[in-house]
Design a protein around this ligand. Structure first.
Ligand code: ADP
Length: 623
């Protein structure tokens, strides 16, 4: 557990958290309004009931008693209706806040520079924030709950104080109880109240702190649970689990941390130390209440005020007691939560260092785009080595460019730079002669449709997967699936485009093979209708012959668009207009397949011959 933070820091973090929330919801205003009514209403009723009792005890006229009773009932009814309405409204608005707390994190991640979003530091921060949230809602989620408790307490204290001031101002006229008029008595009572509240708050705080500090101790247990708690539900693991009895080995890790059993240290504390604390807390609270009752009753008996007022003062003062108690509790909760918010803000305040341009890149129907890498070198953050070194490459409208080279030669890095996931360390990339940094990032990204190596599909209907939208052009989606070679399977799907992929959300969902999934991913890229289409070895799971087939077919599919093909398999790309051979981060050769093969000293020649032997074997085996 990190060291305690000051109340000032904690409060400023709470305010900052509420400001973040207020960008997503109008709940803060609704909470204030709800609390004013729901916590204030009982005091209004208490005040009016006291008036009724006073009238009764004074033997007032029946008329005035009836009027006061009707007024009390009417006001109470109206306030109850308003409170219930507000409470329901608040519940409705706060429905799904757990998800919203994650949406806030996800939105930040989506807007973060990719270099940071992809970093281990951010991954660790998110993991920490998630663990805190899952532990007891610590962090953003809790800040909303603490604000509610704070508002509860403040409204109760203000209303209770307003209704109890008179208790100290109305004097006992004379007699043996006139000592109760001594202002010292008020001081003593306030002192009792403060001691009671502080002690209650103090005990609450220890309780709260122990829970929070247990987060640290329970971390491994939480991690183990996160990793293995649900893994038996993961269908993709079913065969492995059964074959290797992975359930047994994971249980070892689940049990390694004694975080959630009856013998864990928290359970022991709750049985021993906390039991005693609770006893003391309730004892002191009841003694405090007893003293208040005694004081109010003696004053009423001595004639300082009628019996109805006595009920009001008792209710109001005990209300203040409870209010102060929960105020201290809320403040301590804010302080504890403030420590957890540290990680949240470190994440939320991650700066965007990439230059954000403002030029527009409207999609051009004539696909007149030209991209040029000029002396581009790049090192991954924290890495000493260049992943790309002095790359110069230009490709123009409608060209089919192949980027080939062995694994680790820099092909994917080249694409990541082209898509501005990272900025070059040296040199620059130009689109139609303008540095790509100067374009609006979202618009710039729109001109690329990429099928990444590790593309992902979702457990949602096929059509939505292709369009990545719920609202889409069905004919166009069907056309794209046909182009991608999925039409035969599409015809067999029970609900066509509305068939769910996978069974996570629909038991009639269909599973698709690796090859079929890849066709859907290609259809998705086609549906985007971007001028640049990039295939980053999406066929890695396929054999070389199948890959070559898909690549040459894809060439027909993309038509006049600019296509970039990436592969470590040379045979897949030999049809391209230009082939750039990457080696150790540099482009060492460029040309057509024939030109490159004509140079027996070149890398392309070497790789081609090394791989050709393998392909021949494959083909022989296949036949
Ligand atoms: P290819 O796509 O040709 O297989 P990559 O572009 O993925 O090659 O990798 C080029 C070089 O950059 C390799 O040396 C690889 O280890 C390194 N590299 C790739 N990704 C990262 C990363 N995220 N952080 C650090 N180094 C990386």
């Amino acid at each position: 557990m990190k060291n305690q933070i000051s109340m000032k820091t904690a409060l400023s973090r709470e305010v900052k958290a509420l400001k973040i929330w207020s960008k997503y919801t109008n709940i803060i205003g609704i909470i204030i309004l709800t609390k004013l009514f729901s916590k204030g209403a009982p005091f209004v009723t208490m005040y009016l009931s006291a008036r009724v009792i006073n009238l009764l005890s004074a033997g007032a006229a029946k008329d005035s008693i009836v009027k006061m009773v009707i007024l009390t009932l009417a006001v109470t009814a109206v306030l109850s209706i308003i409170s219930t309405f507000l409470q329901k409204w608040k519940d409705l608005v706060s429905e799904g806040f757990w998800e919203t707390s994650y949406k806030i994190l996800a939105d930040k991640k989506a807007s973060m520079d990719f270099v940071d979003a992809d970093s281990q530091k951010v991954a660790d921060l998110i993991s920490q924030i998630r663990q805190n949230n899952n532990w007891a809602g610590w962090g953003l989620y809790r800040s909303m709950a603490t604000f509610e408790t704070l508002m509860d307490a403040l409204v109760t204290i203000i209303c209770g104080t307003l209704l109890s001031v008179e208790l100290f101002l109305l004097p006992v006229v004379s007699g043996k109880f006139s000592f109760l008029n001594n202002p010292l008595f008020a001081v003593v009572l306030i002192a009792v109240m403060v001691i009671n509240s502080v002690l209650g708050g103090f005990i609450n705080n220890i309780h709260e702190r122990e829970w929070a500090s247990y987060a640290e101790e329970a971390r491994f247990g939480n991690r183990a649970f996160g990793a293995y708690g649900w893994f038996s539900n993961d269908i993709s693991r079913a065969a492995d689990i059964r074959l290797y009895r992975q359930d047994k080995i994971t249980i070892k890790y689940m049990r390694q941390s004694d975080s959630f059993t009856e013998t864990c240290s928290l359970a022991k504390k709750f049985r021993g130390k906390f039991g005693l604390f609770s006893f003391v807390k309730f004892g002191v609270q009841n003694i405090g209440n007893g003293i208040i009752y005694l004081f109010v009753c003696l004053k009423a008996w001595a004639g300082a005020f009628p019996i109805g007022s006595a009920t009001q003062y008792i209710g109001a003062v005990t209300g203040v007691f409870m209010g102060v108690n929960s105020l201290l509790g809320a403040l301590e909760e804010i302080r504890t939560n403030g420590k957890f918010l540290e990680d949240t803000f470190e994440y939320m305040d991650y700066p965007n260092n990439m230059y954000q341009g403002s030029l527009t890149t409207e999609k051009r129907r004539d696909t007149h785009y030209e991209v040029e890498f000029k002396n581009v070198s790049f090192k991954y953050p924290g890495s000493e080595n260049y992943a790309l070194k002095n790359v110069n490459l230009k490709f123009t409208v409608g060209e089919k460019l192949a980027v080939v080279g062995m694994n680790g030669s820099g092909k994917t890095t080249f694409i990541k730079l082209l898509c501005r996931l990272y900025d070059p360390t040296e040199g620059a990339i130009y689109l139609n002669g303008i540095d790509i940094k100067k374009y609006r990032y979202d618009e710039y990204m729109n001109i690329f449709a990429i099928v990444f190596q590790d593309f992902k599909l979702f457990a949602m209907p096929l059509g939505e997967n292709v369009a990545t939208s719920t609202d889409y052009d069905r004919e166009e989606v069907t056309r794209c699936l046909e182009k991608a070679g999925f039409s035969d399977r599409l015809k067999k799907l029970p609900k066509g485009l509305d068939t769910f992929l996978y069974k996570n959300l629909d038991k009639e969902g269909v599973d698709v093979s690796g090859g079929e999934a890849q066709k859907i991913a290609i259809a998705r890229a086609l549906y985007k209708d971007a001028p640049f289409v990039i295939l980053d070895e999406p066929t890695a799971a396929l054999d070389p012959v199948a890959e070559a087939e898909i690549y040459s077919k894809f060439n027909d599919i993309v038509g006049d668009k600019t296509a970039v093909y990436i592969s470590h398999r040379l045979s897949s790309c030999k049809f391209c207009d230009e082939i750039a051979v990457f080696h150790e981060g540099a482009v060492i050769q460029k040309g057509t397949h024939e030109q490159l093969l004509a140079d027996p000293k070149g890398k392309y020649y070497e790789l081609w011959n090394a791989q050709a032997q393998y392909y021949n074997e494959e083909i022989e085996e296949a036949s």
